[in-house]
Ligand binder design. Structure first.
Ligand code: ADP
Ligand code: MG
Ligand code: MG
Length: 540
């Protein structure tokens, strides 16, 4: 097989080939639920009557096989690592507690978490109940191939998501799309790399659903519902509905969808903190109660301050977190997903503390719990220095703008701004500050806010890699060929915490991935915000 040259990708399509592939791809997408609601519609009432295909790529994106395998292997370590971080109150307090003092949004989440912890201790509320955390994670990576460097291409982590990790279901369908295009056209025999063996299987939907079903089972009331907390007017509903369909078809678990505003009127806690919803479903004609019990609260909202327009919305989040229902994520897990945690992990000794020493548990558990945890959890022997080296090999330089130095964090950021991105503690895209914008941004950033910002080296994806990207309603009858950057996301889940006797035992799963491809001119890469298209992998 000819060796692969990134800058030769993708093969050139004639106009006829291009419109043929576009025709097949968009039709397949519409037929197989690779969909979005159209821009003007709302996901609630009235019922949708139309959909558009998700933005997509005609060719899969090349990814070196060994780096792809590394990314999959890393997920098993990350699942446990983030579970342990979320259980380590002392660590989270020192890292995110500091940010909470200067960042309003982090402060709200952290203070609610603190309130619940204080209640747990003073009112002994958490003695007998399940205190599980469910994390559905997506670790995001870019390929790093610095221009003019002889260092081999490598895998670098962009971020680790612990809340609302989306696009599992649509990503499965994007993989199927490329498989279909290969079956249907052989891509006109344009590349020897385009063969079945080079298109890895996906399975992200099942992974996410498995995590939700595991939490539902741990809750222990089969007839309870999984609550999807969603944003009003969400256009990415099909990605969410596919999870709902698989939960019902494969696990016989029912889902109910509610916005924060719906929940403000419908949600309540019983004295024993069972979460119930009124009016969430039409009342039953069979005369059974129209109040339903919630087993798992799965947040596809709540990651941005925009989701909390009033203090009642934060109070609601606290109430949901106080309930016996298993939260995905818990407040602690949401805090663990902070960019600042990602940065602190790169400091000397921190990774060792989590992965090579005995798992650390909350200070409130019993001796039996600690012993049981030590006996059953993924203990220190599970991870090796090689595992840690593999994780570290995917990290780029990061520091906090409040680092004292010398040189201090801001001075370093100014000096290296051309090769940096600055990130606050936010999710969902559109919050970062890139290279040339950094100096003027820093001159306007008040000193007190510095602990909430990290600086990160820009990863440099392969140059001159092209793609044919298709967007619905763009007015283009054909795909636009452009220079692109592809970001890989790997899915995993962890269910941990739980009744005291289970201590820190981690149940986890992984499998499935996402590729989002964006035009190189865009610094950011969200599909939902319109910068990226859905893609899949071609192993090279
Ligand atoms: P969010 O949580 O809002 O998605 P990210 O950290 O993923 O924030 O940043 C958004 C986008 O910015 C990424 O998808 C990627 O395209 C780009 N980006 C982030 N960090 C880097 C980096 N170190 N190098 C290059 N691009 C980056
Ligand atoms: Mg991201
Ligand atoms: Mg994110």
């Amino acid at each position: 097989m000819a060796s692969f040259v990134f800058s030769d990708w993708p093969p050139h399509l004639t106009d006829t080939q291009q419109s043929h592939l576009t025709q097949l791809a968009t039709t397949y997408a519409l037929a197989h639920g690779l969909l979005y609601l159209p821009p003007s519609s709302s996901s609630s009432t009235p019922a949708p009557t139309s959909a558009i295909h998700a933005p997509l790529s005609l060719f899969p994106s090349p990814f070196p096989r060994s780096l792809f395998q590394n990314a999959l292997r890393l997920q098993k370590i990350y699942n446990v690592l983030y579970a342990r971080i979320a259980l380590d109150e002392e660590f989270l307090d020192s890292v995110m507690g500091e940010v909470a003092q200067v960042d309003e949004f982090t402060g709200q989440i952290w203070r609610s978490w603190k309130t619940l912890r204080d209640e747990g201790i003073t009112q002994a509320r958490y003695d007998t109940i399940q205190d599980y955390h469910l994390g559905i994670f997506r670790a995001d990576y870019l390929l790093h191939a610095p221009k003019g460097s002889t260092v081999p291409i490598s895998l670098k982590q962009v971020e680790f998501n612990t809340i609302s990790s989306s696009f599992g279901a649509l990503s499965d369908r994007a993989s199927s799309l490329h498989n279909y295009l290969l079956d249907a056209t052989d891509y006109f025999g344009l590349s020897p790399h385009l063969i079945k063996d080079n298109l890895p299987s996906n399975g992200a939907t099942s992974t996410v659903v498995e995590g939700l079903a595991a939490a539902h089972k741990a809750y222990g009331a089969h007839d309870a519902y999984i609550l999807f907390v969603v944003q009003p007017g969400e256009r990415n509903v099909f990605d969410q509905r596919w999870l709902e369909y698989e939960l019902l078809e494969r696990h016989n678990i029912h889902v109910v969808r509610q916005t924060f505003d719906d929940l403000l009127t419908n949600a309540s806690l019983s004295p024993s903190r069972v979460l119930t919803l009124r009016n969430a479903l039409p009342s039953s004609t069979s005369g059974s109660s129209d109040t339903i019990e919630v087993s798992v609260v799965y947040y596809r909202a709540g990651y941005t301050p925009k989701d909390y327009p009033t203090s009642s919305h934060y109070a609601l989040r606290e109430t949901l977190s106080r309930s016996r229902a298993i939260n995905c994520p818990t407040l602690a897990l949401q805090l663990a997903g902070g960019k600042k945690v990602q940065q602190v992990l790169t400091k000397e000794g921190v990774l060792e503390r989590f992965l090579l020493q005995s798992p650390k548990h909350t200070g409130t558990e019993t001796a039996e719990a600690a012993a049981a945890a030590a006996a059953h959890s993924s203990g220190p022997e599970e991870f090796t220095p090689e595992d840690l080296a593999l994780i570290r090999s995917t990290w780029v330089d990061m520091w906090c703008l409040s680092d004292p130095g010398p040189p201090d964090g801001v001075t370093q950021a100014l000096e290296h701004h051309a090769s940096l991105v600055l990130k606050p503690q936010r999710e969902g895209g559109g919050n970062n500050v890139y290279h040339s914008s950094i100096p003027s941004f820093l001159s306007s950033l008040p000193a007190f806010a510095l602990p909430a910002w990290i600086a990160m080296r820009l990863i440099e994806p392969p140059q001159n890699l092209g793609g044919y990207l298709v967007r619905a309603g763009s007015g283009e009858s054909n795909a636009a060929r452009k220079d692109v950057v592809s970001e890989l996301g790997v899915f995993g889940w962890a269910l941990f915490g739980g009744p005291r006797k289970e201590g820190g035992v981690v149940r986890q799963g992984d499998g499935g991935w996402l590729v989002r491809t964006k035009g190189r001119e865009s610094d950011e890469g969200g599909v939902a915000v319109g910068f990226s298209v859905l893609d899949s992998i071609l192993l090279v």
